[in-house]
Design a binder for this molecule. Structure first.
Ligand code: UDX
Length: 456
């Protein structure tokens, strides 16, 4: 059949998994596509869209349903029930949206979907569209899940050390917690492993990383699927200025306390503040929160600590009373602006992949205290592969103690600091910049994708 003559820009639907750590990179990737001449419609779920604050810039927003329009994930009986209903209702409503866009003169060419939602590829194929899967987590972590999916990594693990092709040597406890603690959260485990359920049918595979950061494993994965590295997905205002000053547009599920944070940081000397955050959905054990708070206080450095409102009751009362002298606690902050501030000397993080990549790209040394999911593997990566931070290790009860935190922060922040960590941080910052800059590895991959889509 002869193809109709194209009368529109290539149009992509971008379908993120409905959580902050997945919406951020998908939105930033969408901006890059727009910069390269594509049109993008970002499609959050109805429930999540009601809580998104901010500005999506030139990206249009439409919604689909996960079947839980009043409460989202929290309304479902279990993770498994949520994913199944999302698959059924999401497939129907995504199909209706594609039809609606076509009849309104804005036909879709491609569906870029989060790897947690593999059913979106079936919908794309049903409508004869290009299907592109977007992996939010690192290529290293995805390689591990791929091996589990293929039965090449047998669970439960029987050895304390694990050899995974394309990867650095790993102790079992460096693997994602769902793999290491096989059976702990079966619904999440299935979701992560099922990311690879239809990988052989997909047209493009995008991973939020950059080539030099994960060279070996990227080469390995590229042999089994059409993998392209497109990260780090930071607003270009922080890395290269080609999109102009785009840092003001982003979509937050929580309202950032911008003015107070930035004024407070402005009043502090260069490199004197520890920024501490555990991301958008971690719920800490009260004992862990207490250790974290006193660890920061004992470090004697200034600290900016993010504790979401739902977590604030876990902070010790005495700590709250004493904070004013050295620290500021806020419920949410503009993290990139904070990390880019001259006053920040170190990031105490749970090592979520976005936070890791953001700190790495902005040259901020880290103290990593992972909780679960991909975070232990990211922590290993930060400490041993990139050499840009120290891991604060938990005790037998799984709690990272205040003395350990104090010690790690002291080593990273101290006046002579760990020179090697600081040098490495600068090296990775430059390499991240190179990747997204004109002609860089990630930039070329995005160029190639949009050019092929246009010719399609
Ligand atoms: C989750 C998982 O925990 C993580 O391991 C996975 O790789 C992605 O999904 P989350 O726990 O929220 O994400 O952590 P992270 O990946 O670090 O993402 C948090 C995002 O929220 C970052 O982009 C960060 O910049 C942003 N953030 C965080 C803010 O904008 N303000 C804050 O105060 C805290």
């Amino acid at each position: 059949m002869e193809k109709e003559k194209r009368t529109h820009k290539s149009h992509c639907i971008a379908l993120p998994y409905p959580s902050q750590g997945h919406i951020n990179p998908m939105l930033q990737f969408s901006k890059r596509l727009v910069h390269n001449g594509a049109k993008v419609t970002l499609v959050p779920t109805c429930f999540i869209s009601k809580s998104l604050l901010g500005d999506s810039g030139p990206i249009t927003i439409e919604t689909i349903s996960d079947g839980y329009d009043e409460g989202g994930f929290a309304q479902a009986e279990s993770g498994g029930a949520y994913m199944e209903r999302f698959r059924v209702v999401g497939s129907e409503t995504l199909g209706s949206l594609i039809e609606k866009l076509k009849s309104s003169g804005c036909p879709v060419d491609c569906v870029v979907y989060d790897a947690f939602l593999p059913w979106a590829l079936d919908v794309a194929k049903k409508f004869g569209l290009v299907g592109a899967v977007f992996f939010t987590q690192s290529c290293t972590v995805n390689n591990i899940y791929y091996h589990v999916h293929q039965g090449m990594l047998t669970l439960p693990l029987s050895e304390p050390e694990v050899v995974v092709p394309g990867l650095f040597p790993l102790q079992a406890c460096d693997l994602p917690s769902l793999v290491y603690l096989y059976g702990s959260y079966p619904d999440f485990f299935n979701m992560l492993v099922n990311q690879f359920s239809n990988i052989e049918k997909v047209d493009w595979v995008f991973c939020n990383t950059f080539y030099k950061l994960e060279e070996k494993v990227v080469d390995w994965m590229a042999k089994i699927c059409p993998l392209r590295t497109i990260g780090p997905t930071l607003p270009s205002a922080y890395l290269d200025k080609r999109l102009g000053d785009d840092k003001d547009y982003g979509l937050n599920m929580l309202k950032p306390v911008t003015g107070a944070c930035m004024e407070w940081l402005d009043s502090k000397p260069n490199g004197s503040v520890v920024y501490a955050s555990y991301g958008s959905f971690a719920k800490l054990e009260p004992e862990q929160m207490e250790e974290l708070a006193w660890g920061l206080r004992r470090s004697n450095a200034y600290f900016l600590m993010v504790v979401r409102e739902s977590e604030q009751a876990k902070l010790p009362q005495k700590f709250k009373e004493e904070t004013a002298e050295k620290g500021l606690v806020v419920s949410w902050c503009p993290q990139l602006e904070v990390l880019a501030h001259r006053a920040i000397g170190c990031f105490l993080t749970h090592a979520g992949w976005n936070s890791t990549l953001e700190a790495l790209s902005l040259g901020v040394p880290m103290v990593v205290a992972p909780l679960w999911l991909d975070q232990p593997t990211n922590a290993k990566f930060v400490e041993d592969v990139c050499g840009v931070g120290l891991r604060a290790r938990a005790d037998d009860k799984g709690i990272v103690r205040r003395e350990v935190l104090e010690d790690c922060i002291g080593k990273v922040m101290g006046s002579d600091g760990l020179k090697e960590i600081k040098n490495n941080a600068l090296k990775w910052k430059n390499l991240a910049r190179e990747a997204v800059d004109e002609g860089g590895s990630s930039d070329k991959c995005i160029d190639e994708f949009v050019a092929k889509l246009t010719a399609w």
